[in-house]
Design a protein around this ligand. Structure first.
Ligand SMILES: C[S@@+](CC[C@H](N)C(=O)[O-])C[C@H]1O[C@@H](n2cnc3c(N)ncnc32)[C@H](O)[C@@H]1O
Length: 300
């Protein structure tokens, strides 16, 4: 049976430049990383076969190089310089050739980037384990779907609905779902996260909402926070994360301070129970320090 080691050896073969950091993060956080990568290795093998590991490693290398180049352009320009939203939708979210390797990389960074590993600890130990029994959870921008699947794996009593704007990402999520055996409790659909709460209609509320690495993809995150505030049941929990000063092709909204998403959450009626924020390696003269911030929020 495939395990996390299958991803590590593929990274060693296909993404050599990035193998030392991936290995070091994995060795330093073996239990947490394996919690993500062991089930993912089983699902990916069952869904896509042996080729999945090389494809994931190649996708990871392409993603890491793209991130490094985008950060250099950001340093030069002094601000994010994204394409217009329709171009991002057609060139990224709707393009299968771009989106599939991107989604494989997007889940691997949780286990291989030192700035992301604390998100997994917060997600598992404080968000998932505190959800009430039989909770219904909404994941906005579920992408590859793996956070929803890990949620179902960890909590056999909960149900999860994942929504993402990208048809190729939802196709990946559905394929992994079929391999995971969680089909009775998890579903994925193509939808705009900002339309999941429709003004004028009775709003469905959830005991848990996951909004991981979405806010920075939006022209403005305020409607997202409003929708988190409206759709979280009383005392319900939100796992929220975002990127700060971290350029990527599809990063549109530029957060500079941890206090910015924190305030937006508070303004939307959510209480911040916990916040973690870690930086990526940055050259000493850099004016921007890329960080990944995650918060555990609770409806007041
Ligand atoms: C960096 S990925 C994050 C995927 C996953 N949540 C994670 O944490 O790895 C960003 C995701 O946001 C999705 N996305 C961007 N704008 C969206 C929107 N308005 N509604 C729903 N999904 C959106 C993209 O399709 C992509 O899957």
């Amino acid at each position: 049976m495939k395990t996390a080691e299958a991803f590590l050896s593929a990274i060693e073969r296909r993404a050599k430049l990035f193998a030392p950091t991936a290995n070091a993060t994995f060795r330093a956080h073996r239990e947490l990383c394996s919690w993500v990568l062991d089930p993912l290795a089983r699902w990916a093998d069952a869904a896509y076969g042996e080729q999945a590991f090389d494809d994931a490693a190649l996708g990871y290398a392409k993603y890491c190089l793209g991130v490094a180049q985008a950060q250099q352009s950001y340093e030069r320009a002094g601000k994010y310089t994204p394409e217009a939203m329709p171009e991002i939708v057609s060139g990224v979210y709707e393009d299968e050739g771009y989106m599939v390797p991107y989604m494989l990389a997007a889940i691997l960074i949780y286990a291989f980037w030192p700035s992301m590993i604390a998100h997994i600890a917060l997600f598992r130990d404080e968000f998932l384990r505190r959800l009430p029994r039989n909770a219904t959870v909404l994941e906005l921008a579920s992408g590859h779907g793996v956070l929803s699947l890990l949620a179902a794996q960890e909590r056999p009593d909960i149900r999860v609905v994942g929504l993402d704007i990208s048809p190729p990402a939802v196709a990946v999520a559905k394929r992994l779902l079929a391999a995971s055996g969680h089909g009775e409790r998890v579903s994925f659909a193509v939808a705009d996260a900002l339309r999941s709460a429709n003004p004028g209609e009775t709003t469905t509320t959830y005991q848990g909402i996951i909004s991981a690495m979405l806010a920075e993809h939006l022209p403005t995150p305020k409607p997202l926070f409003d929708s988190l505030g409206a759709q979280t049941a009383p005392q319900g929990l939100v796992f929220f994360s975002t990127a700060l000063e971290s350029a990527q092709r599809d990063h549109v909204f530029e957060f500079h301070r941890e206090s910015e998403p924190l305030r937006m959450a508070e303004d939307a009626g959510l209480r911040v129970l916990r916040l973690v924020s870690d930086s990526s390696a940055t050259p000493p003269q850099a004016r921007f320090v890329p960080r990944a911030t995650a918060m555990l929020l609770q409806a007041r």
